[in-house]
Design a protein around this ligand. Structure first.
Ligand code: MN
Length: 293
């Protein structure tokens, strides 16, 4: 009997965002997790905030989030519309616009600020972005912090039979490799599909995979149709996901090998134990995560 090693992933469910709230004064977000109690099903991902799309009128005072710390994980910011500016305690900084991605490794500790870029704020415009938190395994939580600016031009785009495009931010797809350097196996794809279009994604067996619908309507492996700001979450077993777009859609596929370690969270810190969270707060207070110059 022939064996087919490609097993279709079952869908755990389709989840809706929590109610909207403001992060700082610049990021009107809806949260998909941890608010849906999906820790085990989305591991190694920790948090998904969907910002906008929302129009901001012109201002002389750029909106955003002032100086704050992180430890124990990575923050990934994907911009669809608008322009964001970042500065951190390692001396890194950057401006990211539509199609660009910022991959910040907080690891042992970083202090940063996130604002609407000055010229964008002055002119006014629509902000549309995602912030995704990626956990680090225990062995890497105290690694040196780092920062990658990944520009639109550096992200390979794969044509999907003339019915769409798949941009490889991290991992690989049909031989195209994403530019993000990651600590564990991660596939992160920005997908646009026309109505009737289809994307077939194969991930390592046992990885946690989910599909976030930013715009349009799409289903995966026979799930119900998910609409704007809904998240399709797959079960761990299996390796293949077939995504069908019922209307013109923009999607984010997130897949990764589960870390399967205890998660202790407190605000901007995500560690393995409560004691490590206390230590993180003390180290921040003592200035050990650095300062913005
Ligand atoms: Mn932050």
């Amino acid at each position: 009997m022939a064996t087919d090693t490609t097993i279709t992933k079952n869908v755990l469910g389709v989840y809706q965002p929590g109610s909207a709230y403001m992060v700082g004064d610049g990021f009107p977000v809806r949260n998909l997790f941890p608010s849906n109690d999906l820790d085990r099903a989305v591991d190694p991902f920790l948090m998904l905030d969907y910002a906008g799309p929302q129009y901001f009128p012109p201002t002389d005072h750029p909106r955003g989030v002032g100086e704050h710390p992180h430890r124990g994980f990575e923050t990934v910011t994907i911009v669809y519309e608008g322009v964001l500016a970042h500065r951190d305690s390692t001396g890194s900084g950057g401006v990211i616009g539509p199609g660009d991605v910022q991959w910040m490794t907080a690891a042992s500790g970083i202090v940063h600020e996130e604002f609407h870029e000055k010229a964008f704020a002055t002119k006014g415009g629509t902000l549309h972005a995602i912030q995704l938190w990626v956990n680090l395994p225990r062995a890497s939580k105290m690694s040196a912090p780092g920062y990658q600016t990944i520009l639109n031009a550096d992200i390979p785009a794969v044509d999907l039979d003339g019915r769409g495009t798949l941009r490889v931010i991290a991992g690989s797809y049909l031989g195209q490799k994403g530019p993000a350097r990651t600590f564990s196996t991660i596939q992160l794809y920005d997908i646009q599909l026309k109505a009737g279009g289809c994307a077939v994604v194969t991930v390592p067996e046992g990885d946690n995979s989910s599909i976030f619908v930013l715009q349009g309507r799409a289903s995966a492996n026979g799930s119900r149709e998910a609409g704007e700001a809904e998240l399709i979450v797959c079960e761990r077993n299996g390796s293949q996901i077939t995504i069908d777009a019922q209307s013109d859609s923009r999607l984010l596929v997130m897949s990764g090998t589960p870390i399967d370690e205890p998660i202790a969270r407190y605000g901007p810190f995500v560690m393995n134990t409560r004691e490590e969270l206390v230590q993180a707060a003390q180290d921040y207070q003592a200035g050990k995560m650095g300062h913005l110059s």
